[in-house]
Design a binder for this molecule. Structure first.
Ligand SMILES: [Zn+2]
Length: 233
């Protein structure tokens, strides 16, 4: 059954987001309360997530126990390449440590109005040599915004490359990380590593859920820290 297969795939894929994304890095009115962490998962639909939760297949990123539904976090609007999307993320609570977590789909990059697909597209174009102004015109965003993404990802490039390489080798033992050596810049090597990692995840788990992109995988494995220089432990 396709639906069952997808559900199992999602349940397995959610383990990629097992480690928590820490919050409280800086004061921001969009941040959830300090006790909450974000749990970024690949999900095929809201209904699939509800089924995964009902089956106790989503684990607490802090202690590993199963989590249960705990209402909803605030609604938010995320800009995608196809237009704006409104989300009402679920909140979950751990049965064991009693911490609460906000569950975000892999497309959502914390503290960013644009989703992983938009930001990833800009980074990929930058890795291919496009300038910020050119990219900004292509995706109808400001040049300053695109410059900011490129600058922050470049600052974080070494860590992003390491995360990508580690994920690649986790899901494809025969991968050749030396391929990365041939990329000219740290940004390009990091983009290549995350792209190879996403491909390895798809080979291992099967097709991505509808709406997810390779950048959703990159966002999950980096725990939402694609554009931050302190991706945590
Ligand atoms: Zn827990």
């Amino acid at each position: 059954m396709i639906a069952c297969t997808r559900r199992r795939a999602v349940a397995r894929a959610t383990r990629l987001g097992k480690t928590p994304t820490r919050t409280g890095h800086r004061s921001c009115r969009h941040d959830p309360p300090r006790k909450e962490t974000r749990l970024i998962v690949l999900m095929s639909s809201e209904a699939a997530l509800a089924r995964t939760l009902a089956a106790g297949e989503l684990s607490c990123p802090v202690c590993g126990a199963s989590v249960v539904p705990w209402g909803f976090a605030r609604r938010r609007v995320v800009r995608t390449l196809a237009g704006a999307r409104t989300l009402a993320p679920r909140r979950v609570r751990c049965r064991s440590c009693e911490k609460t977590h906000v569950v975000l789909p892999g497309e959502v990059v914390p503290r960013r109005r644009d989703d992983a697909g938009v930001i990833g597209h800009a980074l990929l174009r930058a890795a291919c040599g496009a300038r910020a102004g050119e990219i900004a015109r292509e995706i109808n965003r400001s040049r300053e915004t695109v410059r900011n993404w490129i600058s922050q990802f470049t600052d974080n490039a070494l860590v992003a490359e390491l995360i990508g390489t580690r994920t690649l080798l986790t899901y494809d033992a025969h991968a050749d990380p030396m391929r990365l050596v041939w990329r000219a810049t740290p940004l390009a090597r990091a983009v290549e590593a995350l792209g190879l990692a996403a491909a390895a995840v798809v080979r291992f788990f099967g097709p991505l859920p509808p709406g997810a992109t390779p950048w959703s995988v990159a966002n999950v494995v980096s725990r939402g820290h694609l554009l931050r220089a302190d991706p945590g432990p």
